[in-house]
Ligand binder design. Sequence first.
Ligand code: MLT
Length: 340
Amino acid sequence: MPRNLLGIRHLANDDIEELLSISADFKLRINEGREVPNLSNQVVGMLFFENSTRTRVSFEQAAYYLKMKTANFSAGGSSMAKGETFRDTVLTLRYERLNGLVMRHRASGSAALAAKYFGGPVLNAGDGQHEHPTQALADALTILERKGDIKGLQVAIVGDVEHSRVARSNAWLLSKFGADIRYVGPRTLMPPHMQMLPGEVFYDLRAGIEGADVIICLRLQKERMADGMLSSISEYASMYQINRETLRWANRDCLVMHPGPINRGVEVDDVAADGERSVITNQIENGIFVRMAALYWVFTTEPKPVESPPPAKTRPTRSAKAPARTASKAKKAVAGGKKK
Ligand code: MLT
């Protein structure tokens, strides 16, 4: 049975630590010009049914560093535009002998469905408002590099929580490792069943970010929004924008994060997005290393418990170049890059 990466919520802490450990190790190796594992016998399909810049390109970069081959696919240029079903498309890719899929789709739960039909490793690159696991891993790696630990951090997730898979994956990951999560935004942009997510809700920006160590800004995801959820963008910005003035309410060394794409002047201003507390560009860069780790992890590891191992010749060999997978290694590797 192959391993998938479909979300953070149901991932064990050990698995998350292992993924972060591998990411930190790959980052070091790439930065030092050292070798990384070679997965050149694997072909991964890149299925993006929704727009993407960062996630798509960083998965491509990750595959390139691991010497994997990629098969690109976009819904508009495929047989789905001729009426083929999602199931038939995924099955076609399976019988075309792709070894795994990276998939983004507007429907929540679509990655799990693809994993069911495809049967091979599937990596969720964002499914509707559900999860975006590799973004949460990139954010966790960025926070660890700057703060050294996640435990005890006050993390404010500000904006359109209702439509954000990034908010959900981050909330699951950071709360698993002991951060306190606050969701900040207007009532209309909070999920109706907030009790299902870990953390506390604030409708007032000042109360929500006071004393925060990390602010994760979210874009207004209008493509998933029903009419009437907001009275106006400028009113929203006047109440919830992270900017020079409002940042004063957070801790002095508070990190400003944003998964992108940024709508400057709406959820964040230039001072906050480009200032010294911003780690937005670090999030983008770390996206490559966590996606390398994610590809390596699903392609080279059997899930527990192992039911029936696939034939040896389809699996890449783990050589002396394989990264260490222990949690203590993760902390050490990340601590190496930590800024005080
Ligand atoms: C996403 O795909 O969810 C993005 O990274 C965040 C966004 O679209 O605002």
